[in-house]
Design a protein around this ligand. Structure first.
Ligand code: GAL
Length: 385
């Protein structure tokens, strides 16, 4: 590998799957690259444009190589990659460790090295690597190790985004595989229940991700507003903008990759504000990539909680979230964070949503949260007097 900083912090970008699934083509991908730039999101740190499943023909060519579908990608993949690169962005693609992808296109099983070569020749910078049609008798661990080695030796820096949905205790072996991110969950759907379930499923796994190997809770549904062409993803019917903001804040503080899944060519101001919140992005991209710890509201622990993440500048990022369906209070006792009031210490609080400094607080900070709402703060330990 030539770039020793490859995916040091969680990758950020856009992926075609959540909204467009099988309905992809060159124009869409190039349009998404344009939109990432013109929306200002590129300047906020989003850099990968990733084509998910359904990009190839159903058969390899006579030499056993993958072939881009000429109807969807009439100029070939290198052309698309070159366009994405010309915008100062990076280009991602998708394959699978089994014999076929989930949508039934050829997978990379036993073609890992030749496929890595093909991806490198097209100018691919990121490979999402799925888990469908994996031969049952084969351990997934060895297949992800195999593709990782193939990519690390293909002559180009290519991030490996392992996507085995958290199976086979992936968190326990993924560091050793060399992959830069690992999907720890099943597929997200564009509804609040799904966001809540995926977040809670990883709340006790925050110690397993760190620089160069990030726990991927799945791609974002922020801004989809029920627009997926896949009924299953759209089931139960979308989120409110408040729920999308809570989703983004939780993914950010959990250190998950921030891969946008909405149609970025058509975003509302509220969605752009959420996806472009520089404070939440800074929390996600903190160079130490520490996992947050959880403090639950003492009298409402199932619904209201705070995630607390130490940042490299000595401050604490704190995200309060109300996962329940009733208004709830979160009172964070500074004692729980290691702040001794008796020694004249308190916290200076900055609000990442209003962008206001709220001043110094002693002993506790209390917020009332509407159902599914959140509040993200940056807190700096200070002397009170
Ligand atoms: C799933 C994967 C999704 C998407 C889909 C494509 O296995 O988790 O994120 O890539 O396959 O068929």
């Amino acid at each position: 590998m030539h770039n020793k900083y490859l995916a040091m912090t969680p990758p950020m970008g856009w992926n075609s799957w959540n909204t467009f699934t099988w309905n992809i083509n060159e124009e869409l991908i190039m349009g998404a690259a344009d939109a990432l730039c013109t929306s200002g999101l590129k300047d906020k740190g989003y850099e990968y444009i990733v084509i998910d499943d359904c990009w190839s023909l159903k058969q390899r060519d006579e030499e056993g190589r993958l072939v881009a579908d000429p109807e969807k990608f009439p100029h070939g993949m290198k052309y698309v990659a070159d366009y994405v690169h010309s915008k100062g962005l990076k280009f991602g693609m998708y394959s699978c460790c089994g014999t076929h992808t989930c949508a039934g296109y050829p997978g990379s099983f036993e073609h890992e090295f030749v496929d890595a070569e093909t991806f490198a020749s097209w100018g691919v910078d990121y490979l999402k690597y799925d888990n469908c049609y994996k031969p049952k008798h084969i351990n997934g661990e060895v297949l992800y190790k195999r593709m990782s080695l193939a990519l690390r030796n293909c002559g180009r820096d290519i991030v490996l985004s392992a996507c085995n949905w958290g199976h086979e205790d992936v968190h326990s072996w993924i560091q050793g595989s060399g992959a830069q991110l690992f999907r720890s969950t099943g597929d997200i759907q564009d509804n609040w229940q799904s966001v809540k379930n995926l977040f809670l499923s990883q709340i006790d796994k925050t110690a397993y991700s760190g620089p160069f190997c990030h726990n991927d809770i799945d791609m974002l549904i922020v801004g989809m507003h029920g627009s997926s062409n896949n009924e299953w993803i759209g089931e139960l019917g979308a989120c409110t903008d408040i729920e999308y903001r809570t989703h983004f804040a939780l993914w950010a503080i959990m250190g998950s990759p921030l891969m946008i899944g909405c149609d970025i060519r058509n975003m509302t101001d509220a969605i752009l504000e959420t996806l472009g919140n520089e404070d939440l992005i800074r929390i996600n991209q903190d160079i130490e990539c520490r996992g947050p710890y959880c403090i639950r509201q003492w009298n409402n622990p199932e619904s209201v909680l705070a995630m607390v993440k130490p940042l490299s500048d000595g401050t604490l990022a704190i995200c309060f979230a109300n996962l329940g369906d009733k208004r709830g209070e979160m009172s964070l006792q500074f004692w729980d964070l290691g702040i001794p009031y008796a020694a004249n210490m308190g916290l200076e609080i900055y609000n990442c949503y209003t962008k206001e400094n709220e001043g110094k607080f002693s002993e506790r900070y209390v917020a009332v949260l509407e159902p599914h709402d959140s509040l993200t703060l940056i807190a700096k330990p200070v002397k009170l007097k």
